[in-house]
Each structure stands twice: as structure tokens, then as C-alpha cells.
Design a protein around this ligand. Structure first.
Ligand SMILES: [Zn+2]
Length: 270
């Protein structure tokens, strides 16, 4: 599943070629994504110039002035540039054609992605209740500690809750908790302020490193757990059950929380 680093890498790859370009045509081959692609998408967007492209959580927001196009990659979606005259493949559901001949193409085999438009992105129901971005100053130790004190849930589930902080997926949650020395099943309200300081810093560090790795390799890789990750992402605990901890050699443990696998080192994480 594309996570925040993959979506951010996509954004960084698209922006230089698309910013300032005018959309000339949209081709929707299959509108049946997670929600139907609106019939009037072309009416709203064709003829408009792309002013910018920002990411909010795992949503890509294409700024066409009065209207914003919202794209989510779902479980299996990807955006890339099609070559001149390159025929669409089976799962290539939407093309965007720009005035310089560039074609942006959405491929989504499982069709859990979304392509929508809004004239009010701030209040759109998919976006209005999202927590802060993890790589901004708004997400800091004081904020995380305040959120934790209100919650009985396990800390891993709290940092994966998009209303607390966006974009911390399963892999990055396990890795961040390792770097912070916190066990994933710890009750969030029991975390001290220093623990929250370590955890907020670890989340920023792990996501920043993953974005950097994504920039150097766009080849995705399926872990044995069936989740997509980046081949070059060197995990410390994720998907390493039974293997020795790279810090202390204790075998990594796997537990299941909220139907998701969690991995931790029983020695390094207390
Ligand atoms: Zn260890």
C-alpha cells in the first residue's frame, strides 16, 4: 500500500513537469474506483492551469485554482508519465493530458484509489478531520503527549490514527517505536513526556529517511507480510520476526494489534 513516503516521492516526481501546465483533456476508461470518478471532472478541470501540487496525509491535492482535484492511491495505485502514444494497459484507468504533450496516467489494479474534485478542500469530508502532518512543527512532543494522555489505546494504534497524526503507516509505526525504545502495546496514556519527545523525533526521522530512499529507488517490493514497502528501506524490526535485533541480537518478536502485525525488540523496547 502506498504510504506517506511513497506519496510524497510521487508528488516530488510530478510537480516539476506539471506545474504551470494547462490540462487539455481527461480520459476516464474506468470510473469505478473506491468512489466513482465524477462525470463532470473534465468540465471542472479542462482548460485550467495547475498551480501547485500538495500532499495532505496520503491525499494528493492538485491545485487548479478555483477547483482542487483530490487523488488517493488506495491499496495499489500509482501515478506516472506515459510515453508518447503509449497504449493504456488493463489497469490504467485515468489519463490527464497537458498542453505540452505530457500524459499523466493512473494505474490501480485493485481500484481502491480515488479521483475527486472539490471547490473547498479545507472543508472536504475526506480532509477536514485529518490531524497534523508529521513533518511539520505542529507535530511535536507537547502535542503528542497531550493526545496520548487522552487515550487508553496502545501507542502504535494512536500514532496510526489519522486524527492524531497523518501518514504514519504500519511499517513506519513499528520502526519509529523501535527507534524511540517504546513497545507497541504500551498504553498511550502511560507514556512520559520524554518518551513522547523521543517518539515524535523518531517518527520524523523514519519518514524523512524513507522519503530519501524513495527518491533513489521507485521499485516497490512486497514483504512476506504482503505489504508494499521500498526495497531500499532498511528496517530494524518490521518484517524481521525471529531475526536478531541489529542493536542487541535479541530475536525480534511479532504480535498482532488491530489485525495488523507489529514487530519489536523485547530488549531495546521497554
Ligand atoms: Zn534490540
Amino acid at each position: 500500500m502506498p504510504e506517506l513516503p511513497e506519496v510524497e516521492t510521487t508528488r516530488l516526481g510530478l510537480l516539476p513537469r506539471l506545474q504551470g501546465r494547462t490540462l487539455t483533456r481527461i480520459v476516464v476508461r474506468n470510473p469505478r474506483l473506491r468512489w466513482p470518478v465524477p462525470d463532470d471532472l473534465g468540465v471542472k478541470l479542462v482548460g485550467q492551469t495547475l498551480r501547485g501540487l500538495v500532499r495532505r496525509g496520503k491525499y494528493l491535492l492538485f491545485d487548479f485554482g478555483a477547483t482542487t482535484q483530490i487523488v488517493h492511491l488506495g491499496m495499489s495505485g500509482s501515478l506516472r508519465f506515459a510515453g508518447p502514444g503509449e497504449p493504456a494497459a488493463l489497469h490504467d484507468h485515468v489519463d490527464w493530458l497537458f498542453d505540452d504533450g505530457t500524459t499523466l496516467r493512473l494505474r490501480d489494479p485493485r481500484r481502491f484509489g480515488a479521483v475527486l474534485w472539490t471547490d473547498d478542500a479545507t472543508h472536504h469530508p475526506l480532509l477536514a478531520h485529518l490531524g497534523p502532518e508529521p513533518l511539520t512543527a505542529e507535530f511535536d512532543a507537547a502535542y503528542l503527549h497531550a493526545q496520548c494522555q487522552r487515550r487508553n489505546a496502545a501507542i502504535k494504534q494512536v500514532i496510526m490514527d489519522a486524527q492524531v497524526v497523518v501518514g504514519v503507516g504500519n511499517i513506519y509505526a513499528s520502526e519509529s517505536l523501535f527507534h524511540a525504545g517504546i513497545r507497541p502495546a504500551t498504553a498511550a496514556r502511560r507514556l512520559s513526556r520524554p518518551a513522547c519527545t523521543r517518539l515524535a523525533a523518531a517518527i520524523k526521522q523514519v519518514l524523512t529517511a524513507a522519503i530519501a530512499a524513495g527518491g533513489s529507488s521507485l521499485r516497490d517490493y512486497v514483504h512476506s507480510s504482503g505489504e508494499l514497502g521500498y526495497f531500499q528501506l532498511q528496517t530494524r524490526v518490521y518484517d524481521r520476526a525471529g531475526l536478531p535485533c541489529k542493536t542487541c541480537a535479541t530475536p525480534i518478536r511479532r504480535i498482532v494489534q488491530g489485525q495488523r502485525a507489529s514487530f519489536y525488540c523485547p530488549t531495546c523496547q521497554r
